[in-house]
Design a protein around this ligand. Structure first.
Ligand SMILES: Cc1cc2nc3c(=O)[nH]c(=O)nc-3n(C[C@H](O)[C@H](O)[C@H](O)COP(=O)(O)OP(=O)(O)OC[C@H]3O[C@@H](n4cnc5c(N)ncnc54)[C@H](O)[C@@H]3O)c2cc1C
Ligand SMILES: NC(=O)c1ccc[n+]([C@@H]2O[C@H](COP(=O)([O-])OP(=O)(O)OC[C@H]3O[C@@H](n4cnc5c(N)ncnc54)[C@H](O)[C@@H]3O)[C@@H](O)[C@H]2O)c1
Length: 483
């Protein structure tokens, strides 16, 4: 039986970085993965295909050019699934190559098959023919990720009723679509299909969507999506979905029935720890298949770590990679720097995109932290005009007393890139004054930082002036006479 210093189960972002980090420390590392899933959900069915699809939609629909060339501008009128799939397949193929070559040049052994624990130090790997190969290790890193949650009341046929893994294999762009769940996945796909001209209805059981984002920005996104014909039904719970020869009917608990060509079910994800038989290793997963870990990503069994989506929030590719690296370093006693979870950025690649880092206005208000808001609107930035983006905005939240940056919220073109300038300023405990005094390239969206910082600084100066004028008047009037 082969023995390794570490065996990583799953080759998504979390597993890749854990294995490469271990290999860089000179350890004998292996990754177990199924044949058709190298790169994980991230490369095969999630992040990369959806973000590539988004680029294809934007390019072919010409949506981002319409402010400049008119509302009827399109690069291609009848956009087909094969137009969209071509770009996605190209990028996915390239990314798989990159991962395979990175693993190979770091001497990470790739073990193909589906793994399950036999005992805390041994796994069995079942290949496509059903043969089992046993492997042991000093350490294991569980990085098995998630799969779409599928309620028993809904029958998925992969064509008309689909989850987010299946949406990429639909045979046509539907005329109408119901999206169940206004989480990140639901909203990203709803906006892409709306951009393609599909009539989209989003159903969400909660009263609001994306409740972790800035309210003003979510409202702006909803406005843009409604402009593109998206209907939102909040506070509605989907009971079941019926499939008929002429289309689907989504039945809500309130009794409403919504017809559509296609239903995308994007109502959360489930950890895949069950297939791994974690009980044999002495572990227990929760009802959503997630594993509990400590601050070093160590499970209840000391030599077994768990990273990425299988440990739950925030369930992002970026956080998963970092967790993988940290777990491997901890396993082999390599020191790691501190990480500030408050500075973890979020990017939502809806059309238009949203990104933020740090606190929201609501969070600061609840915590009684005084703050000032500085806003730059893309329509007032030369780059915004050149791009044809009149609705974008960059909002800075600044501590009213020590002038540090507490939050950055961006909406519109390149929001997910733009946010990192603010993240760096925050990470280095910078103040709004740094941004006021800095010179940015022109014309850029980054210049928005200076514009927003000046806006916040001007408001803070106005408050300080009212204060000092008040003190001046008090002095002139002399001490108050008590009565
Ligand atoms: C539609 C969609 C869009 C997304 N967009 C973004 C985005 O824009 N930005 C972002 O940061 N994140 C995004 N995410 C989330 C991101 O994809 C995940 O956070 C990330 O893939 C998690 O990485 P992971 O390594 O934990 O697991 P995964 O990427 O899920 O990989 C786990 C791997 O483990 C393998 N595996 C499981 N069980 C076994 C077993 N028993 N034996 C062998 N192998 C096994 C699986 O086959 C899989 O390949 C998106 C997700 C989805 C679904
Ligand atoms: N850009 C990104 O970073 C990105 C993109 C896509 C996905 N992701 C990750 O993928 C994960 C999964 O995303 P998701 O959107 O599937 O899950 P989610 O849990 O975030 O959202 C699911 C939504 O569906 C609603 N819902 C559940 N059952 C319902 C029902 N029967 N009727 C109506 N509404 C219902 C829930 O209230 C919730 O708002 C996220 O945690 C996210 O981290 C990230």
């Amino acid at each position: 039986m082969d023995h390794y210093d570490v065996v990583v189960i799953g080759s998504g972002p979390a597993g890749q970085k854990a294995a490469i980090a271990a290999a860089k420390l000179g350890k004998r590392a292996a990754i177990v993965e199924r044949r058709d899933m190298v790169g994980g959900v991230c490369i095969n069915t999630g992040t990369i295909p959806s973000k590539t699809l988004r680029e294809a939609v934007l390019y072919l629909s010409g949506l981002n050019q319409r402010e400049l060339y008119g509302q009827s501008y399109r690069l291609k009128s009848d956009i087909t699934v094969s137009d969209l799939a071509a770009r996605t397949m190209h990028v996915v193929g390239k990314e798989i190559d990159v991962i395979q070559s990175q693993l190979a040049r770091n001497s990470v052994r790739m073990l193909i098959g589906s793994a399950h624990f036999v005992d805390p130090h041994e796994i069995a790997i079942e290949d496509a023919t059903g043969d089992l190969k046993r492997v042991s290790a000093d350490h294991f890193v569980i990085a098995v990720g998630t799969r779409p949650a599928r309620p028993a009341s809904v029958e998925f046929d992969g064509m008309t009723v689909v989850d987010s893994d299946q949406i990429l294999s639909m045979d046509r762009v539907p005329g109408s679509m119901v999206v169940v769940g206004a989480g990140v996945i639901g909203i990203e796909y709803a906006s892409m299909f709306a951009a393609l001209g599909t009539k989209v209805t989003v159903i969400e059981q909660r009263p609001v969507m994306l409740d972790f984002c800035d309210r003003e920005i979510v409202e702006a996104l909803q406005y843009q999506l409604r402009e593109r014909g998206v209907t939102f039904r909040f506070g509605e719970h989907v009971k079941t979905v019926e499939t008929h020869p002429s289309g689907t009917l989504t039945i809500l608990e309130s009794g409403k029935k919504i017809p559509a060509d296609t239903v995308l079910y994007s109502a959360g994800r489930q950890g895949v720890s069950d297939e791994l038989r974690v009980e044999a290793a002495g572990l227990t997963a929760d009802a959503r298949g997630r594993l509990k870990v400590d601050e070093h990503f160590r499970t209840a069994v000391d030599h077994i770590y768990a990273v990425g989506d299988v440990i739950g929030f925030p369930a992002l590719a970026a956080t998963s990679m970092e967790q993988g690296r940290r777990a491997a370093y901890h396993a082999f006693g390599e020191p790691v720097g501190a990480t500030d979870e408050d500075l973890q950025p979020i990017g939502i690649y809806a059309i238009p995109e949203i990104s933020f880092v740090g606190k929201s206005e609501d969070q600061l208000t609840t915590a009684n932290i005084p703050f000032e808001v500085g806003v730059a609107r893309y329509r007032e930035l030369a780059r915004g005009a050149i791009m044809g983006d009149s609705y974008g905005l960059l909002k800075l939240l600044v501590h009213a007393e020590d002038r540090t940056l507490l939050g950055v919220h961006a909406f519109g073109g390149n929001a997910a890139e733009l946010v990192h300038i603010g993240q760096t300023v925050m990470g280095l405990s910078g103040t709004v004054d740094y941004l006021v005094d800095a010179v940015f390239n022109y014309p850029t969206l980054a210049e928005g930082y200076k514009v927003a910082a000046l806006d916040a600084a001007n408001k803070m100066r106005a408050i300080a002036r009212v204060r000092s004028a008040g003190q001046h008047l008090d002095l002139e009037a002399g001490p108050a006479v008590g009565g």
